[in-house]
Write a protein that binds this ligand. Structure first.
Ligand code: G4P
Length: 534
């Protein structure tokens, strides 16, 4: 058995048992199905099918959420918490649509580990690769689940090679598949010397587990046909020779990923993966912040907002800010210090997303995600503490890749448009730039679809038809440097200057050449495509 070592042995037990993670995958690889099985094993739902329930079924489920009804807030399952064995799992959802957004990146700042799901027939796909690179920026530990092994899939060595080559990470098999497609029987558990046999008849039946004494155990012959057994023995021997063995430190450092093979829809391999998350961790980690890092075992509560979700009901302007707690023991009703406004804030109705229903969080610990309903005071990147002026770092804001001008259909309502745009900028749904010269605003997004979503939300929530039009600019860069130099630069480039919604200066341009020129001619200034939110 592997040691369940903790890198902080003196962490309070409630914190040490927390596992906060996200699932990264390419659409269709099986993230929803896997999530559902997690919740099933976590006892959070009674029946598979509830997560993806559409139409009537889903409405019934969400009506059940009293607070949603009372307050008119509709929050999709952005974070779900459930127990598994002695562990407490917080699963943070990464937005699944292919229109890649900043939300996705920021979600990954709230977790301590990620589960990477790949389709056994397709291997590493584009979205997986992108998300993986984000995880790598933070050296997040990654556990890999190779799904859909009940279908024709690639050769196991080939899959492992592809991950190692495309993602430049070492891979160690935690399990080894026996047979493929129709002949897929189950897996040999390489970490615990067990045989896990899949039940094809009942998708919700958890695999049968057979204890064995290594690969020479004659018991194996009762369960595996001779040809498959011979291949399994050969494969495992070769894998042990060629592939690295599991090493917890390398896993925690993000340089080695254990891979489990399974079939989410058949509930196969999921429990082993969950045990892996529990046993190997990591527990809540130290968070970078200024002027000092925050450790989960500190007594005082500190956390940061990584996501703001707008209300789906246009009549209510409430929002829910999702806060990742980084230290301490939070209790409902607590007064916290809102660092940006320097004001106290009583958190009287925090919500915890216990997957079965949403509940008021009476208490929460470092590692947990709580939702705080508010009227717009809380923005992405905001820190909440018990008095200390901390700023959590590493929450990125990206320069948008698409820019368009926006105009109110009715010019008399320009003020309302400003208000709407400010709200979306604070939510992180778009970047808003107010040019120094002239009126109007330039809106920046990461994917084209976001313009349409914004236009319909402005119309729906503010009763304001708007038009997006091509802008003369295509790129935006934040400017930093000595204030006097920024002022001098701004004066000399008025036609290219704008302010973002925080009042920070931005240089707008159409040409990479322009950016190069500024960097050459203004050596004291820095143009960046990423702004730290805090
Ligand atoms: P996503 O959230 O990553 O987009 O994937 P999702 O779970 O929705 O799964 C995508 C499709 O793959 C679904 O089929 C799902 O049933 C199927 N799937 C998931 N896990 C497995 C598995 O282990 N084996 C096989 N064979 N299929 C799997 P669909 O036809 O798109 O939807 P549905 O009609 O089945 O709901």
């Amino acid at each position: 058995m592997l040691d369940r070592a903790h890198n902080k042995p003196d962490l309070p037990a409630e914190i040490a048992r927390r596992r906060t993670f996200a699932i990264i995958s390419h659409p269709d690889a099986g993230k929803t199905t896997l999530t559902e099985k997690f919740l099933l094993y976590g006892g959070a739902i009674q029946m598979a099918g509830q997560v993806r329930a559409k139409g009537e079924a889903r409405r019934t489920r969400s009506d059940f959420m009293q607070m949603e009804k009372d307050r008119g807030i509709s929050v999709s399952a952005s974070a779900m918490s459930f127990e598994f064995g002695t562990f407490w799992f917080n699963l943070v959802d990464t937005p699944g649509h292919s229109d890649f957004s900043e939300d996705t990146y920021r979600t990954l700042t709230a977790v301590d580990a990620a589960v990477m799901v790949i389709d056994g027939a397709k291997g590493v796909e584009s979205q997986t690769q992108k998300l993986f690179e984000v995880c790598r920026l933070r050296d997040l530990p990654i556990l890999t689940f190779c799904n859909k092994m009940d279908r024709e899939s690639r050769d196991t060595f080939e899959i492992i090679d592809e991950i190692q080559e495309n993602l430049a990470i070492d891979v160690t098999p935690a399990s080894w598949p026996i047979g493929v497609g129709r002949d897929f029987l189950g897996c040999y558990d390489m970490l615990n010397d067990r045989l896990e046999l899949m039940d094809r008849a009942d998708r919700n039946t958890v695999a049968k587990s057979v204890s064995i004494e290594g690969l020479d155990d004659p018991k194996l012959e009762q369960h595996i046909p001779a040809d498959l057994l011979e291949k399994l023995r050969e494969d495992v021997e070769m894998a042990r020779e060629l592939l690295p063995a599991f090493d917890r430190q390398n896993f925690l450092d993000g340089t080695l990923t254990p891979i489990w093979f399974g079939s989410a829809i058949n509930s196969f391999g999921v429990r082993e993966l969950m045990r892996g998350i529990g046993d190997f961790g990591p527990e809540p980690q130290v968070r970078p912040a200024e002027p000092r890092a925050v450790s989960p075992d500190e007594n005082k509560v500190a956390g940061f907002v990584f996501k703001v979700q707008a209300n789906m009901d246009p009549k209510h302007r409430d929002r829910v800010a999702f806060v990742r707690l980084c230290s301490g023991h939070f209790k409902r009703g607590m007064k916290v210090h809102h660092v940006r406004s320097k004001k106290p804030m009583a958190v009287s109705n925090p919500v915890m997303f216990l997957a079965s229903d949403r509940e008021l969080a009476e208490e929460a610990w470092a590692g947990d995600i709580i939702g705080i309903p508010n009227h717009g005071q809380l923005r992405i990147g905001d820190a909440l503490t018990e008095g200390e002026d901390l700023k959590f770092t590493g929450i990125p804001s990206f320069a948008p890749e698409l820019l368009q001008s926006v105009r109110a259909g009715d010019p008399l309502k320009a003020k309302h448009l400003d208000k709407a745009l400010q709200q979306f900028a604070e939510e992180g749904a778009a970047k808003i730039f107010k040019p120094m010269i002239g009126s109007g605003a330039i809106v920046g997004v990461v994917g084209q679809l976001q313009f349409e979503v914004l236009a319909s939300r402005i119309e729906l929530e503010y009763g304001l038809p708007v038009r997006f039009e091509p802008s003369q600019f295509t790129s935006a860069r934040w400017i930093s440097g000595p204030q006097a130099e920024i002022d001098r630069f701004a004066n000399a480039n008025k036609g290219h200057m704008a302010m973002d919604h925080d009042g920070d200066p931005v240089f707008l341009t159409r040409l990479q050449w322009d950016i190069d020129r500024v960097e050459r001619d203004w050596p004291d200034l820095k143009l960046t495509a990423i702004k730290q939110m805090m």
